[in-house]
Ligand binder design. Sequence first.
Ligand code: SF4
Ligand code: SF4
Length: 73
Amino acid sequence: MPKVNQPSVTIDHDKCIAAKGCRTCIDVCPTDILALDEEGKVHMAYDQCWYCLPCQHDCPTKAITVAIPYLLR
Ligand code: SF4
Ligand code: SF4
């Protein structure tokens, strides 16, 4: 069972190239919930994900994983 507090969007910072200027996921997210934190790392700023997945599909390094809740699958 996934943990209740598990964030719906996880970013693998070892793969993410935000430090090189990539903003693809931030730009494509229709709810604007992805943002850079104070360290310049992409994170989910608000838990308002629509599970629409363009962030995961468009990420050039496949650094994003969206965990779709069981009831929405
Ligand atoms: S799945 Fe959609 S709403 Fe959720 S973070 Fe990705 S682009 Fe944004
Ligand atoms: S699209 Fe992927 S590589 Fe680019 S900033 Fe977002 S998570 Fe990082």
